[in-house]
Design a binder for this molecule. Structure first.
Ligand code: NHR
Ligand code: GAR
Length: 219
């Protein structure tokens, strides 16, 4: 229905690499009953496979190559200009690999989500799978959070766990975690598009009530 298309939340996805999470979001949002659509995909790397996935799906793309800027502030300003052309209601980081400035994060406060490959607050930052292995963890996983200035420290909305098996490597763990990511991100993006998720101060609100703990996806 045309009227639905006009009012459907507009999602911009930022990615840096392969874009498998982007792919699952494109597929989920294309189901007729999904209350939002991916209107553009932005990358900081000109050769990211995510760009090909978007093009294949007929979705607009833009590249803001961070290596062409002298500072993070200038990069972020250029990135904001590209994003804002698409008037997003939701900004989704899906394997986006550049730390964003305070200015940027403030601009999209309450409408920016990130998927992070660890059970936050464990292992913010990079190399999460190796760090979980090195620590001897037997449970690892993924978290989805609102993005704030605090790197990977924004309020957590949802998590899913994977079991670490003897013989697991960083690569095998990444594969297991990615499987959970592909299940979890579309659920959370749908909630946001349905207007069920809000950030209020440091608290995630779900259906207008503070979430006492993150949603935990069961096996
Ligand atoms: N920005 C802010 N302000 N807050 C967050 O919570 C953010 C963010 C930007 C990205 C994703 C995050 C992740 O899920 C994310 C969350 C990149 C780095 C990093 O160190 C750290 C965390 C995340 C993403 N990036 C290096 C940098 O110098 C570059 C690394 C590379 O290019 O491979 O920006 O893990
Ligand atoms: C995902 O596992 C995501 O959690 C992680 O990168 C992968 C991207 O995969 N994100 C980060 O490490 C952010 N620093 P994809 O490109 O296939 O979606």
């Amino acid at each position: 229905m045309l009227s639905q298309d006009i009012t459907a939340p507009r999602i911009v996805v930022l990615a840096s690499g392969n874009g498998s999470n982007l792919q699952t979001l494109i597929e989920a949002t294309r189901r007729p009953e999904f209350p939002g659509s991916v209107v553009a995909v932005g990358c900081n790397r000109p050769h990211a496979f995510a760009l090909e996935r978007a093009a294949q799906a007929g979705i607009e793309t833009f590249v803001v190559d961070h290596t062409q800027f002298d500072s993070r502030a200038e990069f972020d300003t250029a990135l904001r200009a590209e994003i804002d052309r698409h008037t997003p209601n939701l900004l989704v980081l899906a394997g986006f690999m550049r730390i964003l400035t305070t200015e940027f994060v403030r601009t999209y406060h309450g409408i920016m989500l990130n998927i992070h490959p660890s059970l936050l607050p464990k292992y913010p930052g990079l190399n999460t799978h190796q760090r979980a292995l090195d620590a001897g963890d037997d449970i690892h996983g993924v978290s989805i959070h609102f993005v704030t200035e605090d790197l990977d420290g924004g309020p957590v909305i949802a998590q899913a766990e994977v079991l670490v098996a003897p013989g697991d490597t960083a690569d095998s763990l990444a594969d297991k975690v990615r499987e959970k990511e592909h299940l979890l991100y579309p659920i959370v993006v749908r909630w946001f598009c349905e207007g069920r998720l809000q950030l209020s101060g440091d608290t995630v609100q779900f259906d207008g009530e503070p979430m006492p703990r993150p949603f935990y996806l069961k096996d």
